[in-house]
Write a protein that binds this ligand. Structure first.
Ligand code: PGA
Ligand code: ZN
Length: 417
């Protein structure tokens, strides 16, 4: 089926900042839409986000250059062509060979790339996850385990926490594949509401951070783990484990090569590793993301050697969804799991290549949203179609976060009902 229209325009993300939406229309009149998210704790090697930098308009954050590029340069290459998402995606990659997409911007290309795969699905009357399953060569689509971010800190909130994300990981009974995801989502919802009530009853703020988690102040970065443990004990009908995203690149002082937590300052990588080890002994933590800075490779090695056998260590800023960096990480023994964010690399095909690099090296995969999101649910289909282990899409609340979890409910029914 032919593409008869392709255009982009500026919309606003969950932080109220400009982003891009792309629409592709097929010959049968059907339209698909894709919009791109935006990060706050951005890895230094991530692909570039093209912004207008015109301070007279939308604080310089407008994306009209990107929109014009799609409308005037990319769209003419797609118009009246038979939809072929993979081939068209490699044409998009050819427009900017720089790994960080410094001329065109990853946000520009990704909007079109995602729309192409949605258009492919629509043209074939298939679900997006089925197309992603096929192009990724995944034998069996499968539901991911959700990680719900219930307490926000760091760059995502204006409280005092240095650790960025405190997540709960509801455990499934594994009695019935169909019931598992719904049960995990229910466990997330009940936990979130119980936590809210408890914060309210103890006179603390129930205001939320960028990803929908609560953001009160705490005495130190370990205190939220105790609170989560207490809440979990009040809900014996469910079973919870915990996960952190420390986003340690934000806590690292390049000059002194040391880390600052809220209470403990000037920590060496060894001291920080010892703190994590202590937290893992006291609390039921199964996963720590970005425990070290993207520039501290020695720190990553120390961390992985010391606790990598017991805990999932997820690389976000260090890998930036780059297949090459993921393979390098395997050789260097940094991290044992990978965070996948399509806008760190810029196209769906390259995202799938990064997922492939993980699978080939037995690295666990966490598909991720960004702190600035839209209501696009592409990552839900991505996680299911590529059978990834985990997905993190924020709290089980706020429209742009719950949109992903709701789409997963629909996919769960498609897979198992
Ligand atoms: P970001 O945070 O989207 O603000 O970069 C998410 C993360 O660090 O995982
Ligand atoms: Zn992260």
């Amino acid at each position: 089926m032919q593409i008869i229209n392709c255009y982009a325009y500026e919309i606003f993300d969950s932080r109220g900042l400009p982003t891009i939406e792309c629409c592709i229309q097929l010959a049968n009149g059907h339209k698909v839409y894709a919009s791109v998210p935006s990060g706050a704790s951005v890895g230094s090697a991530e692909a570039l986000e093209l912004r207008d930098d015109n301070t007279n308009r939308l604080l310089g954050k407008g994306v009209l250059q990107a929109v014009n590029y799609i409308n005037n340069t990319i769209a003419p290459k797609l118009l009246y062509q038979e939809i072929n998402a993979l081939a068209m995606d490699s044409m998009l990659m050819d427009l900017d060979h720089h790994p960080q997409k410094i001329t065109i911007g990853a946000n520009t290309i990704l909007a079109v790339s995602m729309a192409l795969f949605k258009a492919q699905a629509a043209a074939e009357n298939l679900e997006l996850y089925q197309i992603l399953q096929r192009v990724s060569g995944t034998a069996q689509a499968k539901m991911p385990t959700p990680m719900f971010n219930v307490i926000n800190g760091g760059a995502h909130a204006n409280n005092n926490l240095h650790v960025q994300e405190y997540m709960i990981v509801p455990q499934a009974d594994d009695l019935d594949a169909h019931k598992n995801y719904a049960q995990q989502l229910h466990a997330g919802v009940v936990f979130y509401q119980t936590l809210k009530q408890q914060l309210h009853d103890s006179g603390q703020s129930t205001n939320v951070g960028d990803e929908g988690g609560f953001a009160p102040n705490f005495v130190n970065d370990a205190a939220p783990l105790q609170l989560l443990t207490d809440i979990a004990q009040q809900l014996p009908q469910y079973s919870y484990k915990f996960a952190l995203d420390v986003a340690a690149s934000e806590l690292f002082n390049e000059k002194t090569q040391s880390y600052d937590l809220l209470q403990e300052k000037n920590l060496s990588a060894q001291q920080l590793t010892d703190i994590y080890e202590d937290w893992c002994q006291k609390f039921d933590i199964i996963s720590i993301e970005d425990g070290m800075s993207q520039t501290d490779i020695m720190g990553w090695k120390t961390l992985t050697a010391q606790i990598g056998n017991a805990v999932q260590l997820v690389g976000d800023d260090i890998f930036v969804t780059s297949p090459m960096k993921i393979r390098k990480g395997v050789l260097q023994k940094t991290a044992n799991a990978v965070l996948i964010k399509p806008n760190q690399i810029g196209t769906v095909s390259q995202t799938l290549a990064a997922i492939d690099a993980c699978k080939n090296n037995n690295l666990k995969i966490v598909i991720s949203h960004r702190s600035g999101e839209t209501n696009d649910t592409f990552i839900a289909d991505l996680a299911v179609g590529t059978a990834c282990h985990y997905i993190k899409a924020g709290a089980p609340a706020r429209g742009e976060r719950i949109a992903k979890y709701n789409r997963l409910l629909v996919l769960n029914d498609m897979l198992y009902a």
